[in-house]
Design a protein around this ligand. Structure first.
Ligand SMILES: [Zn+2]
Length: 443
């Protein structure tokens, strides 16, 4: 006999699961040994929601654990109830209330029990710290504080904890290439306003590994020490600018790695030199009362661009400039000529070209260009390493990460201290792992 499917009747029974706040809580934050007891909704006099209070109780059948060794221990007494800020439910401030027990641990004596949602004396649950931290990557810290009804300080402390957790749990195996660079931040040019950054620039992972104040040999030594001898010993490529303190330290500490001068840095030295020539010439023309001065002044950004990227009206302007006998035109042509260097397939070819280019630059009577030529000659060996490393390291990685750092440091007018900015940098660019048991279930 073939069973006949009955048409489905709408059920007259109540649905099996009545959604309770407890159900939601147990689904997203379950703590063995603890139960959510009652959940109270507190209102203002006018009926506006004030807060949600969730009372937590110890599970009667499960012993408390020592907060030092996490081993079960007999109870001693109970402390006064404390409140912890939890992730807001429906946008309403939500707190856990719990009276922690003290236990007598055979090893550690009378200590407070392990409270799994809490971290030290912080008045904020770990889940809330994670929640705020994740939002603090999308919004500014101030906006995050405002959106979730808390303070800037609370967001800062949360991100700080989140970053420290991430740094303690991140994996540094397989770091083959790093980029080391200096970044200026803030307004003044004091040494304290420079940062040394170490990036991982492998094809499979680009991230900020370390950041420290100043740009001295001591700074970089501190950074390499923080990464540990295993990471430093395993490096295959190191990418930097021609900054002497870095060159010295890397030659001493990571001599096995191939040291490469980054294309992006060379290009920016050339651009700076062209700009210096332009500024000086513009000043000379202005004092002579020539109209060309004003035009040169407006060409700054055109001259910094790669020639293939100059289009439209700027292209016409550039063409006219190059037909003029100005020093800026000659400087620009030298810069543009150097682009050819990177296209060589053989090291010999590139070496010959470099010889030719520096010879021309040194005869150009343009002091800034001569300076670059001398610098390139001094570091010829490292410059040639670029061809050996070609295809192994991504050339745009350092530049891209630098740009991202600038976005964060500019936002930094809201960061009150250097420490806060450092934390924000690791937070946004460090690709740090997250404590998953506290982040799942939340956006
Ligand atoms: Zn113990």
């Amino acid at each position: 006999m073939v069973p006949v499917a009955k048409p489905r009747q709408p059920s007259k029974r109540r649905p099996a699961i009545q959604l309770q706040v407890k159900t939601v809580l147990n689904a997203i934050q379950r703590f063995p040994g603890f139960v959510f007891r009652d959940i109270r909704f507190q209102c203002h006099r006018d009926g506006q929601p004030r807060c949600i209070e969730i009372t937590v109780q110890p599970h009667p059948a499960i012993a408390a654990k020592c907060s030092h060794c996490r081993k079960p221990a007999p109870g001693y007494d109970r402390l006064e109830p404390r409140a912890w800020l939890f992730v807001p439910l429906w946008g309403i401030v939500t707190r856990f209330l719990y009276a922690a027990r003290r236990v007598t641990c055979p090893e550690h004596g009378v200590v407070v029990e392990h409270v799994p949602w809490s971290e030290g004396k912080r008045p904020v649950t770990i889940a809330m710290m994670c929640f705020l931290s994740r939002w603090a990557r999308r919004l500014s810290w101030r906006e995050t504080a405002r959106a979730f009804g808390t303070s800037w300080e609370c967001v800062y402390r949360s991100v700080e904890w989140f970053v420290q957790w991430g740094l303690a749990h991140r994996k540094l195996q397989g770091v083959a290439s790093i980029g080391v660079d200096e970044i200026h931040w803030g307004k003044s040019k004091r040494t304290d306003n420079f940062l040394t950054v170490i990036y991982q620039i492998d094809g499979h992972c680009r991230r900020l590994l370390w950041v420290g104040k100043r740009r001295t040999q001591a700074t970089l030594r501190r950074g390499l020490k923080a990464l540990g001898p295993e990471v430093v010993g395993g490096l295959r490529f190191v990418c930097t600018d021609m900054w002497r303190p870095y060159l010295n330290v890397l030659a001493a500490k990571a001599s096995q790695a191939l040291h490469v001068l980054d294309r992006f840095h060379i290009t920016s030295h050339l651009n700076q030199a062209v700009d210096e020539v332009r500024r000086a010439e513009s000043g000379r023309l202005r004092s002579a009362g020539l109209a060309m001065a004003e035009r040169l002044k407006n060409m700054r950004w055109t001259l910094l661009r790669r020639s293939s990227r100059v289009r439209g009206r700027a292209r016409g302007q550039l063409g006219r400039l190059l037909n003029s006998p100005l020093a800026t035109a000659r400087a620009w042509m030298l810069k543009d000529l150097f682009e050819h260097f990177w296209t060589y397939k053989s090291v010999t070819g590139a070496g010959n070209f470099l010889g030719f280019w520096t010879w021309r630059a040194l005869r150009s009577r343009l002091e800034p260009m001569k300076k670059v030529a001398r610098m390139l000659r001094t570091h010829e060996g490292l410059l040639m390493n670029w061809f050996t490393a070609k295809g192994e390291i991504s050339s745009g990685a350092v530049e891209g990460l630098n740009n991202k750092i600038r976005v964060v440091t500019r936002r930094s007018y809201g960061f009150r201290t250097y420490q806060a900015m450092e934390i924000a940098l690791y937070h946004t660019l460090g690709r740090l792992p997250e404590p998953e048991e506290f982040t799942h279930g939340f956006c």
